[in-house]
Write a new protein. Structure first.
Length: 800
């Protein structure tokens, strides 16, 4: 390396390192050839390492989550099976010691509760009284994250789940007044725990619209009252279907009423974790595919440019008697250097990308802190993928070398036909500006290079716009789904209300138009498959609440036992419209017929008639109502209802949209991260292609210098050429964004709820307008390089 002055600028000239390496002459030639275009190869490394980082970082993040989940389940000894039943007065604790294959069991009491938080509305609770609050429990073990577990003589202490601490700012030492089992007791929080049964922030499925933080979990010492839940662990390899039947038989022998048993995979909390993890796996494959294709495209593009640029030098080697295979073998060395640098830079990027995705996803769903660990299997796949990416480029380069003869390599095809002169005359007649004519002719002169550059710009900006369009589609779909309903407010009661009680409560709040809703839980069985159901009963005559039907029809009075099922539930049960299933609730069995399949973000959601939901609960009590109000009275009616002691929450449509979007934050956050990542890929992708397009024509720009054109004229020509390519690319980017967004939304719909791709101007404006500004700015350094490569004495005449 040596320093030298040129005019007023201080320049650093770095010698080709191949000169001092112990290599053959051909290898030195190949490395020197690579060194001569090191800037563009660095862009190639950046694009390929970004693809490597996306693959390894994002899949390692997903692997870290699944491994952490499995370790939490294992360390916490999450139960294989849970039995729920309705306890009878003075009922003794049930015993299941003789079950085949049983390793552990624990009786507990699980009750709904409520608490009033400072500066907030009442919070619904699940209150669990069991041995797990003490040290030494062997099932559903609670891991203290802050504070300690309870001591056996602590009668006023309680533990809370991490979601309650994170979302509702409840901490160790705080006092809570808990309403549970018809009584109110005051407890002091001794510790914040991680429960394998509630890994993510729990939601309250009894609410009409429920967010992830809509329920807290409080853990108390074993109650003197009767238990209503028993959890079991069995020996590894035990047939859980047979174990379930033996548990139900033992429950029947002990006269436990309303008994039903759920395997781990059938429980709502477990399914909700899996549904959220499925979302994480939706966005990743598309992002990785985009990065890999971009890297392969740039690798092949630059490799073709590389060999075309060196054709005369390669011809000299062939004339000297070197065989094409020997020349090609020499080029393997720079490609291996590219592979090594890509993997090293990619590993560093993998840590940054993986941690960003992991922290974002974990915080959005309320998961505990997850340690990020690079997955060696994914790293190996990334290394193989990198070899494939560069192998495609090398194959294209080697094909050019093997097709080359000394005579062909020394020649260069020149357009001597009439087409160029005709286009030149046509441009001269239409465009008076010399700069504009040169810019358009430059684009036309090498159409395949211009076409590839336009395609690179279209893909880069189109993908960024696609993520933004999917994000806006999630928001727009949520809003349109809510706005399509005829009700104005949803109301959830603290306790189920009879019709007369609900009417009196509505009258006190000044509500005249309302229709009831019944929410309950049940089980569906088809063959050996059993699933948990979240049933919502509605009045078919007041179809104020609409759902997004995928197949079939809605509920009706003519078919009171007809139900509409969430798509994922229908898929797991292999049900279609017209099929019949058995629904088990409170120990009784009911026959239902599937009339429709709907889109829903809540796993196991079922829509039924009021009569069917009432038959499941065994009562006519309403869990909530839907309310109509005049536009000017919505706010006052909401306030009036929320002030009623019997109302848990009253929500307007705007508030519901916010809750739905908040409940989908793991999707929207991943889409934003995808957009940011695609921006980085797009900039590198476009930079590599645009850089070659302009620098390949440096001889033409040098000719303009020889003719005496001013610096400003040459600079304007370069910038205008980049602007023309950018404008053409952005025109093509519109259909690219639309198609990719539709594909992404279809994938999200499979894992979450149905997303309609809705066109709006904003995603395109926030992507394409900055692109139109940045592309000319990106061309300025290239123009400066072209000018620096020319002799300033050639521009004395100031043409242009």
């Amino acid at each position: 390396m040596r320093w030298r002055y040129r005019g007023w600028s201080l320049m650093i000239q770095i010698h080709n390192p191949a000169r001092v390496l112990p290599l053959t002459s051909l290898q030195k030639f190949a490395l020197g050839s690579a060194w001569s275009m090191v800037g563009r190869l660095m862009l190639l490394i950046a694009v390929a390492s970004m693809a490597f980082s996306m693959l390894v970082g994002e899949y390692s993040a997903l692997s870290s989550i699944t491994k952490a989940r499995d370790s939490w389940y294992s360390a916490g000894q999450l139960a294989d099976l849970e039995l729920r039943f309705t306890p009878a007065p003075n009922q003794s604790a049930p015993r299941f010691d003789e079950l085949p294959g049983l390793t552990d069991s624990m009786s507990r009491q699980v009750l709904p509760g409520r608490t009033k938080l400072t500066g907030a509305d009442d919070l619904a609770l699940t209150v669990i009284s069991s041995d797990s609050v003490w040290t030494g429990s062997r099932l559903n073990i609670l891991t203290p994250l802050e504070g300690t577990l309870l001591t056996r003589d602590d009668e006023s202490g309680a533990l809370i789940d991490q979601g309650m601490a994170n979302y509702h700012s409840v901490g160790v030492g705080d006092s809570l007044d808990i309403e549970v089992g018809g009584t109110t007791r005051t407890v002091t929080v001794r510790g914040i725990v991680r429960d394998p049964e509630f890994l993510i922030a729990p939601l309250n499925p009894s609410l009409f619209i429920s967010a992830k933080d809509s329920m807290g979990v409080v853990y108390l010492p074993p109650s003197s009252q009767t238990v209503n839940s028993v959890v079991f662990n069995f020996e590894p390899g035990q047939d859980l279907d047979a174990a379930r039947q033996s548990v139900l038989d033992a429950a029947a022998a002990q006269h436990l009423s309303g008994a039903y048993a759920l395997e781990r995979e059938e429980q709502f909390a477990y399914q909700y974790v899996e549904k959220n993890l499925d979302v994480f796996g939706v966005v990743i494959p598309l992002m990785v595919l985009v990065g890999a294709l971009s890297a392969a495209f740039v690798s092949m593009f630059l490799s073709a440019q590389w060999i075309a640029r060196e054709r005369k030098s390669i011809a000299v080697l062939l004339v000297q008697g070197h065989r094409p295979i020997a020349v090609a073998r020499a080029y393997v060395l720079p490609y291996m250097w590219l592979v090594v640098w890509t993997i090293l830079v990619g590993l560093l990027g993998s840590v940054l990308v993986g941690r960003a995705f992991l922290e974002n996803f974990a915080s959005s769903v309320g998961l505990p802190s997850v340690p990020f660990v690079l997955d060696p299997v994914v790293i190996a796949i990334g290394c193989v993928g990198t070899l494939v990416v560069y192998g495609l480029g090398a194959a294209l380069a080697f094909a050019g070398i093997f097709r080359m003869s000394p005579r062909d390599a020394m020649t260069r095809t020149v357009d001597t036909g009439h087409g160029g002169r005709i286009r030149g005359a046509w441009l001269g007649a239409l465009v008076s500006s010399t700069t504009a004519r040169f810019s358009v002719r430059n684009v036309q002169r090498n159409l395949w290079v211009s076409a590839l550059t336009v395609l690179a710009i279209a893909i880069g900006f189109g993908l960024t716009a696609a993520y933004s369009l999917s994000y806006s589609s999630v928001i727009a779909t949520s809003r349109s789904a809510v706005d399509g309903n005829e009700w104005d407010l949803t109301v959830d009661f603290v306790q189920p209300q009879a019709k007369a009680q609900a009417a009196a409560l509505m009258g006190e709040a000044g509500v005249s138009e309302w229709t009831p809703v019944i929410k309950t839980v049940a089980q569906a069985a088809k063959g050996s498959v059993i699933e948990n159901l979240m049933v919502g009963g509605f009045d078919p005559q007041n179809t104020w609440h609409k759902v997004t039907l995928i197949e079939g029809s809605d509920i009706s009075d003519s078919d009171p036992d007809g139900v509409v099922m969430e798509a994922g539930l229908a898929h797991r049960l292999a049900l279609e419209p017209g099929d019949v299933l058995t629904v088990n609730a409170a120990g009784t069995k009911h026959e239902a017929r599937v009339v429709g399949i709907m889109s829903s973000a809540l796993p196991g959601e079922v829509r039924s008639t009021l009569d069917f939901a009432s038959s499941l609960t065994g009562s006519d009590l309403f869990s909530g109502v839907l309310v109509k109000a005049s536009p000017g009275a919505i706010a006052s009616t909401t306030d009036a209802l929320n002030s009623e002691s019997g109302v848990q929450q009253a929500l307007s449509k705007d508030e519901i949209v916010k809750l739905i979007v908040a409940s989908s934050s793991q999707i929207t956050a991943l889409l934003w991260l995808g957009a940011l990542t695609s921006i980085a890929v797009a900039l590198l992708f476009v930079g590599a292609c645009l850089g070659y397009t302009i620098l390949e024509r440096r001889r033409e720009y040098s000719l303009l210098s020889l003719l005496g054109f001013r610096n400003g004229a040459i600079r304007c020509t370069v910038v205008m050429e980049a602007s023309l390519l950018g404008l053409a690319g952005i025109v093509i980017a519109f259909p690219v964004a639309w198609l990719v967004s539709r594909l992404l939304n279809e994938r999200i719909s499979d894992a979450w709820f149905n997303i309609d791709t809705q066109l709006s101007a904003q995603p395109f404006l926030v992507t394409f307008l900055p692109g139109l500004v940045l592309l000319p700015l990106a061309a300025l350094p290239l123009a400066q390089w072209v000018l620096r490569a020319s002799d300033p004495g050639n521009r004395e005449r100031g043409i242009g």
